[in-house]
Design a protein around this ligand. Structure first.
Ligand SMILES: *[C@@H]1O[C@H](CO)[C@@H](O)[C@H](O)[C@H]1NC(C)=O
Length: 208
């Protein structure tokens, strides 16, 4: 019984301390919606470049294709797409040769006149969340903001900030600019603070 507990403990510690081979994906401009024709640069920020990280994506047309296949120009650990079109919309992530994966990022490309700029990464509880409603030529027109289909409010300068976000702010946001049009919807996720750390310390408390 004690041996089993010890093995269990060692196994869990090895999982929890899970070291090297991690990467995170960042995107510039940092927006989950883009206009058709915009260029975008996606970077795998890795702690071990010998792991051979590549950028991959799933779109409605194809799955798990790699930057350089028939889209994007690889440059080191980055990939540049010079002219985004609607079918470049999809989910992007970095993958190592061994199959380890980074966070993934959803990108929507709008052929229409309005986009909602929302954070590509989850927002941490307690932080501020700012959403921008834009046309290709203007970023300060009055805009109506919606969450999960319900009207929130009109903002005179096209951007809305929610202070100290909580889990209940998570949802599907979109915006509308009068006589121009509506943006596609984007999901904004909210995560708790220090989940991993809390889990580790409570785990260690149980076993000491
Ligand atoms: C990409 O598509 C494949 C096949 O449908 C699926 O198994 C995989 O989970 C997708 N990856 C992501 C990150 O969505």
């Amino acid at each position: 019984m004690e041996d089993t507990t010890l093995l269990c403990l060692l196994f869990l510690i090895s999982l929890l301390s899970c070291p090297a081979n991690q990467a995170s994906l960042t995107v510039s401009p940092s927006s989950s919606q883009l206009f058709k024709g915009q260029s975008v640069s996606l970077s795998c920020e890795e702690d071990d470049s010998s792991a051979g990280w590549t950028l991959r994506r799933n779109t409605s047309r194809d799955t798990e294709t790699q930057c350089g296949d028939d889209w994007g120009n690889p440059a080191g650990s980055s990939c540049k797409i010079g002219y985004m079109v609607q079918w470049d919309g999809g989910v992007y992530w970095c993958e190592s040769r061994e199959g380890a994966t980074s966070n993934s990022i959803n990108i929507t490309v709008n052929g229409g006149p309005v986009i909602l700029q929302s954070p590509v990464l989850p927002v941490t509880e307690g932080e501020d969340l700012t959403l921008h409603c834009k046309t290709e030529t203007s970023s300060n027109l009055p805009a109506d903001f919606y969450k999960d289909g319900s009207f929130i409010r009109t903002e005179p300068a096209g951007h809305m900030t929610i202070h100290h976000v909580s889990r209940s702010d998570e949802g599907l946001y979109k915006c509308y600019i009068s006589s121009v049009g509506e943006s596609p919807p984007s999901w904004v996720s909210v995560t708790g603070e220090e989940v991993t750390f809390d889990f580790r310390s409570s785990f260690i408390q149980i076993f000491t």
